[in-house]
Design a protein around this ligand. Structure first.
Ligand SMILES: NC(=O)C1=CN([C@@H]2O[C@H](COP(=O)(O)OP(=O)(O)OC[C@H]3O[C@@H](n4cnc5c(N)ncnc54)[C@H](O)[C@@H]3O)[C@@H](O)[C@H]2O)C=CC1
Ligand SMILES: O=C(O)[C@@H]1CCC=N1
Length: 289
């Protein structure tokens, strides 16, 4: 039987998922998007040739409903999904891509016993190179988990992690692409400062990051060994690394990822979002005080 997939939210990560699924061979007739902004809905429909509609219509008959919306929009969408469930013939798996919010939020907001999988993906999904970390809700069967993992594997790599690691995962792989893009921006600007044209600095930077990424993932060597191999004794790289360290590069990475994990944790504790209850704001992954 063909699996029908609904994506609620046609923004950046919703589009990355849609594009990745289509590139990996999913038929557009089996994909549907719910997008509330008319301009964005038209862009997605025109670009990908999928049906773009409202949440209830998209969820009808869907085996998987991916939530690619901001945390603020989660409650209203859960209400819509919860009433749409009455008519559902298939057991629907809700797969949330939303940062910060715990599985219990969805399990409490949907009908009792609804299977929910929490995923932290990243935007390289657009080119089928995502890193997705998956945590499993309490009502998810083994086959349902396998099916979600298989779906996500069509657009990249997948790791199953305990939910308590999701904030850390967000700080490394979820937001991680932005750190690399920031590094790219800085290298291009630095190249221009050294007299290269912006186009040339861009080409050099992009291919260097691409090549270094491939080497890292395919050589089987550690980043330490790979860096050492570039760093000739008394040479140019050593001069550069010395400046990075003197300017707190490593410390900056620690602090940035710590802030990111803290922001993710905070999203799960927001008192301004209705439906939070219990000593941990509804989180099942933190210890009660
Ligand atoms: N952008 C990224 O790299 C990543 C984002 N995420 C998570 O994905 C979620 C979405 O992030 P982005 O795609 O960056 O945001 P975005 O703002 O680009 O997209 C959200 C989209 O959802 C639509 N939307 C909101 N409520 C809706 C409703 N009721 N019905 C239909 N459409 C609705 C909005 O109009 C918007 O187009 C966030 O919760 C974020 O934490 C997770 C991992 C990576
Ligand atoms: O910045 C954010 O909140 C989202 C979650 C991970 C990446 N982007």
């Amino acid at each position: 039987m063909t699996e029908r997939i609904a994506i609620v939210g046609g923004g950046k990560i919703g589009e990355a998922l849609l594009a990745g699924l289509i590139q990996s061979g999913k038929q557009t007739k089996d994909l549907v998007v719910a997008e509330k902004m008319p301009k964005r809905a038209k862009e997605i429909a025109d670009e990908y040739g999928v049906l773009v509609t409202d949440v209830t219509t998209a969820a009808e008959g869907a085996h998987y409903v991916f939530l690619a919306i901001k945390p603020d929009d989660v409650d209203s969408v859960l209400r819509e999904l919860s009433s749409a469930e009455d008519a559902a013939e298939t057991e629907r798996v809700t797969v949330t891509l939303v940062a910060g919010l715990p599985l219990s939020r969805y399990e409490n907001g949907l009908q009792a016993g609804s299977p929910v999988v929490r995923v932290m993906p990243n935007t390289p999904m657009l080119v089928n190179e995502a890193m997705s970390a998956v945590s499993v809700g309490r009502y998810v069967g083994e086959e349902q988990l396998d099916a979600v993992v298989r779906l996500l594997e069509t657009v990249g790599k997948v790791a199953v992690v305990p939910e308590r690691h999701m904030d850390a995962v967000t700080a490394i792989s979820g937001s991680g692409p932005a750190y690399v893009f920031l590094m790219a921006e800085a290298m291009i600007d630095a190249g221009v400062a050294l007299g290269l044209s912006r186009v040339q600095a861009g080409e050099l930077t992009v291919q260097t990051i691409r090549g270094a990424g491939l080497l890292l993932s395919e050589s089987g060597l550690s980043p330490v060994d790979l860096r050492a191999a570039v760093t000739s004794p008394g040479g140019t790289t050593a001069a550069a690394i010395r400046e990075f360290e003197a300017n707190g590069f490593r410390h900056g990475v620690y602090e940035a990822t710590r802030a990111c994990a803290a922001a993710s944790k905070k999203a799960g504790h927001r008192p301004d979002i209705e439906g939070l209850s219990g000593p941990n704001g509804g989180r099942s992954d933190v210890d009660a005080p």
